[in-house]
Design a protein around this ligand. Structure first.
Ligand code: BES
Ligand code: ZN
Ligand code: ZN
Length: 497
């Protein structure tokens, strides 16, 4: 869509954007901007209905190449997130017009919100920045000589005031982290191997200046008894690793860290319990829990810079097939002493997560842990691509996750833990099975499995994002493909902690 989107105050923008609520006339302040009356005239046209994301184009308006009246929807249902959608529609119209600069003057319309509905100017800017930034994502690096890429323009964003500009900067920063997650997700498995991802993490840490990256691979995995990685990753030439990113704050170093654990399967063929019937295609995206965590760390280190440490563990392997592959019937002993009988090598994510959770509890002294994973197809059946599944019995962490979900639009739905689900995971010869023989409640079985690797008393949330990590269709400010789910959510969560 755009080659880049940047805040600017240089010169005059070529396109002006104003807002109009559904069923309402333009507000007085917006009218005052309209010296030649062209915008007011256009706002009376039948297509100027104010529907959220509707766009009315006014050519040659008030010295601008054109003005856009963007619909803000009905005043009653208005929320900050409506502006991401408005930004998506505006961005598409700007791109169509090959615009290189735009001036947002929507605060005038927003200023008319009742107190109970009012949103801060900064937040309004942030939503516009997020929407435009996420809309601009594309993945063209693998287009070859047989593709003519469409020309892209750089977009300079002007606005009415500093607070809005600052908001746009923040929103663009949140979008950048999300887009980094999407680019990693989209990168194919013959390129994005575990060690390649580790290298990307090292580069990010170096660039940010306030993060450290350590990679555990080969002998180190043995020394640290990271059993899940060793076994799940055995069959692949692309060797497994656990990537540890640590953000160190300027102040608040001694606080306990928030710890994220991201499932980062560079490919999930199912292993010997091979995926059939087209189930394998798209499994390059089985790294999306880790990609979301990666993107969140980028936002944390570069935008939020919180006064507390944050640690990310990307638990990474390729689930492949060879004579060295781990197999159904194997029994694995984890670092906390729990033994697992393998019944299905396609339930591999929980095995690498188990390493990460054990490690987080034993080594990181966490304030709380959030793991994020494309863990089960069952959660897609249950919640589709609207909500991620959330298992969290700690009221405080759950409340923060709920708030972060509301603020970022990355929605979560609470799912249960219960002893009866844990009972389903019992093994006749080891402690637990990695997958119970019955298909019922698969996503909950996954969460029940993970409880065995979180120490008593440690606050923890498990997020199953197998439904939300990718989108089938273009919508609002997103396009079909990887959604970068969780990058903004986890960054926002840290800000609330
Ligand atoms: N990576 C898959 C889950 C998945 C499914 C991710 C769809 C993204 C989209 C996971 O490793 C898996 O294969 N899960 C099995 C679990 C089962 C074997 C216990 C599943 O969902 O069927
Ligand atoms: Zn699998
Ligand atoms: Zn998987």
């Amino acid at each position: 869509m755009f080659e880049s989107v940047k805040v600017s105050s240089r010169g005059k923008a070529r396109v002006l954007v104003v807002g109009q609520f559904k069923g309402e006339k333009l507000d007085a302040e917006t009218k005052a901007l309209d010296g030649d009356g062209s915008i007011v005239n256009a706002s009376k046209r039948p297509d100027a209905n104010g529907n959220l994301g509707s766009i009315v184009v006014v050519n040659d308006s008030n010295g601008y190449e054109r003005a856009l009246i963007v619909g803000l929807g009905s005043r009653d249902g208005f929320e900050a997130g409506s502006l991401r959608k408005a930004a998506g529609a505006t961005g598409r119209a700007l791109s169509k017009a090959c615009a290189t600069s735009v001036e947002f003057q929507i605060c005038a319309a927003l200023g008319k919100l009742k107190k109970s509905e009012s949103i801060a100017t900064f937040t309004a800017g942030a939503m516009i920045g997020e929407g435009l930034g996420m809309l601009s994502w594309s993945f063209d690096s693998l287009r070859g000589s047989a593709t003519d890429l469409p020309a892209k323009t750089k977009l300079a964003v002007h606005s009415c005031c500093q607070a809005f500009d600052d908001g746009v900067e923040r929103g663009l920063g949140f979008a950048e982290g999300t887009n980094i997650a999407r680019t990693l997700s989209q990168t194919p498995p013959n390129i994005a191997t575990p060690m390649w991802i580790a290298n990307e993490a090292k580069k990010m840490a170096r660039k940010s200046g306030n993060m450290k990256c350590t990679v555990f691979s080969g002998k180190k995995l043995e020394e640290e008894r990271l059993t899940g990685h060793i076994n799940v990753g055995k069959a692949s030439e692309n060797k497994p690793c656990m990537i540890r990113l640590e953000y160190t704050p300027a102040r608040g170093k001694s606080k306990k860290p928030v710890v994220f654990v991201g499932k980062t399967m560079s490919y999930d063929s199912g292993g010997l319990s091979i995926k059939v019937g087209g189930g394998m295609v798209g499994m390059k995206r089985d790294k999306d829990g880790g990609c979301g965590v990666f993107g969140a760390m980028h936002i944390i280190a570069n935008v939020i810079k919180p006064n507390r440490p944050v640690v990310a563990l990307l638990v990474s392997a390729e689930n492949s097939i060879s004579d060295e592959a781990y197999r159904p019937d194997d029994v694995l002993t984890f670092r906390n002493g729990v033994t697992v009988e393998i019944t299905n090598t396609d339930a591999e994510g929980r095995l690498v997560l188990a390493d990460g959770l054990c490690w987080a509890c034993e080594k990181e002294n966490p304030e709380y842990i959030v793991d994020m994973a494309t863990l089960t197809g069952g959660v897609v059946v249950a919640l589709g691509s609207v909500f991620g599944g959330m298992w969290c019995d700690d009221d405080d962490v759950r409340a923060k996750l709920d708030e972060a979900a509301e603020a970022t639009g990355e929605l979560l739905w609470r799912m249960p833990h219960h002893a009866k689900y844990n009972a389903m995971m019992k093994s006749p010869i080891a402690d637990i099975l990695n997958s119970a023989p019955v298909r019922e409640a698969h996503p909950i079985q996954g969460a029940a499995f993970l409880t065995h690797f979180v120490e008593e008393g440690v606050k923890w949330a498990h997020l199953d994002i197998a439904g939300t990590h990718a989108l089938k269709k273009d919508s609002e400010f997103m396009c079909a493909g990887p959604s970068g789910f969780g990058a903004r959510l986890l960054a926002d969560l840290v800000e609330r902690s």
